[in-house]
Design a protein around this ligand. Structure first.
Ligand SMILES: C[S@@+](CC[C@H](N)C(=O)[O-])C[C@H]1O[C@@H](n2cnc3c(N)ncnc32)[C@H](O)[C@@H]1O
Length: 289
């Protein structure tokens, strides 16, 4: 790879709150015509999450991370052109690199990837992992926060968002307006969505509970710990492996428990918490509603 200057990195200038309030478009040096043109990108606001979803789905997070040791002081991540990246994808589409260049350029403007610009006969953009990347890539505990990207892009949640305006004016919950039931009732009818949801929660929980167990000492004295709405039992599995004297009871709705794999020291029980919950001497409620 050729040389490049990291100081040419694309950075989105964020005006301070005061500047943003004070400066109108003409003061920012825009003509009225330029100001008018600013409306055009608004039609594509949904493209950011869709681009992120495609980049995650194509495995580009792993490609950009491969061979680089990002986020370690003093090391520079390997920067790749869109052509380098396209060459690693299972495609013969001659337009793939051009598309990726535009998609990654968009993500760079949101600091999701880094972009360095090399000026030779023509401008070459190179991409690499930005600090935020460590949350999207698989970490040392095997957690992959990119699963959250997939969840947010699921059609059922996306179509719920179409009812936001109505919910502001009339009250109610957008998901229920879209589907006529709560999201958890809906997931019992759509096991594919339930699986995407459980996977996203599991990977997020690995990251959060791992941090919690570094400092929180409160589980030491528990004997029977009930995780109400514990999903597939990820939190309890981690807690019980650190405190093996605890008997864990993972309690959730039947469709969630159906997906829960056996975990040493954890009993899975299905039911509805509005009817009753299993007995224990401590109860865990994590991101329940
Ligand atoms: C956002 S998830 C959190 C899962 C888990 N606590 C975690 O942090 O990974 C909420 C969980 O609550 C469960 N849940 C929702 N309503 C419930 C009910 N009425 N009875 C039991 N569990 C319920 C859902 O099935 C889901 O697994």
């Amino acid at each position: 790879m050729g040389t490049y200057e990291l100081d040419t990195e694309v950075v989105v200038a964020q005006p301070s709150k005061a500047e943003a309030e004070e400066k109108t478009a003409p003061e920012m040096g825009l003509t009225e015509d330029e100001e008018l043109l600013l409306q055009i990108p608004l039609v594509a606001t949904a493209i950011l999450p869709l681009t992120l979803k495609a980049v995650v789905g194509l495995g580009i997070i792993e490609i950009l991370n491969k061979g680089s040791v990002p986020h370690i002081a003093g090391t520079l991540p390997v920067m790749m052109t869109a052509e380098d990246i396209a060459a690693q994808l299972p495609t013969k589409n001659p337009q793939a690199a051009t598309m990726l260049d535009r998609m990654l350029g968009l993500l760079a403007s949101f600091n999701i990837v880094r972009c360095a610009i090399e000026k030779k006969e023509k401008v070459v953009r190179r991409y690499g992992p930005a600090p935020f990347f460590k949350w999207l890539a698989k970490n040392e505990h095997g957690a992959l926060a990119a699963n959250f990207v997939h969840l947010g892009m699921e059609q059922a949640f996306f179509s719920a968002g179409q009812h936001l305006q109505e919910a502001v004016l009339e009250g109610g919950i957008p998901f229920e307006k879209a589907h006529g039931m709560t999201s958890f009732q809906y997931m019992a009818t759509d096991l594919k969505l339930s699986s995407v949801f459980n996977k996203a929660m599991k990977h997020n929980t690995i990251l959060i509970v791992n941090k919690m167990l570094e400092t929180y000492q409160g589980f030491k004295d528990a004997h029977v710990l009930v995780d109400v709405g514990g999903g597939v039992g990820t939190s309890l599995g981690m807690i019980v492996s650190k405190y093996p004297h605890i008997k864990g009871i993972n309690f959730d709705l039947p469709h969630a428990i159906a997906e829960a794999a056996p975990l040493p020291g954890v009993e899975h029980i299905s039911g509805d918490m509005f009817d009753s919950i299993p007995h224990g001497d401590a109860i865990l409620l994590k991101v329940l509603m």
